[in-house]
Write a protein that binds this ligand. Structure first.
Ligand SMILES: [Zn+2]
Length: 98
């Protein structure tokens, strides 16, 4: 189960190695809800102590949000991208309005 980084305590992450996954959510330009999602493994990191955890919290600010899966030992860094597409249903709504 993925939990927000802020909801995970330092102690739960210490002395573990995590696979860092980057998740790019492609958002619709009209409603800003995801059109699609890409996940890829970027690196692995070791959280040995509270300082490592704090560094992760600082790093997390650069991303839209960060989620942790403690069972799978994975860190998910979420970022947004606007590929210039809109949902087919949003195209209809948009053309009704204009
Ligand atoms: Zn949309």
């Amino acid at each position: 189960m993925r939990k927000a980084l802020q909801a995970v305590k330092s102690k739960e992450m210490e002395n573990k190695t995590f696979v860092v996954m980057q998740v790019i959510e492609k958002l619709c330009e009209f409603c800003e809800k995801p059109l699609s999602k890409e996940e890829r493994e970027v690196t692995t990191i070791q959280i040995s102590n509270h300082d490592d955890y704090r560094n992760l919290l600082i790093k997390a600010r650069a991303h839209d949000r960060v989620e942790i899966d403690l069972e799978e030992s994975r860190i998910y860094l979420y970022d947004h991208d606007y590929p210039g597409d809109i949902h087919p249903s949003c195209v209809e709504k948009y053309s009704e309005k204009s």
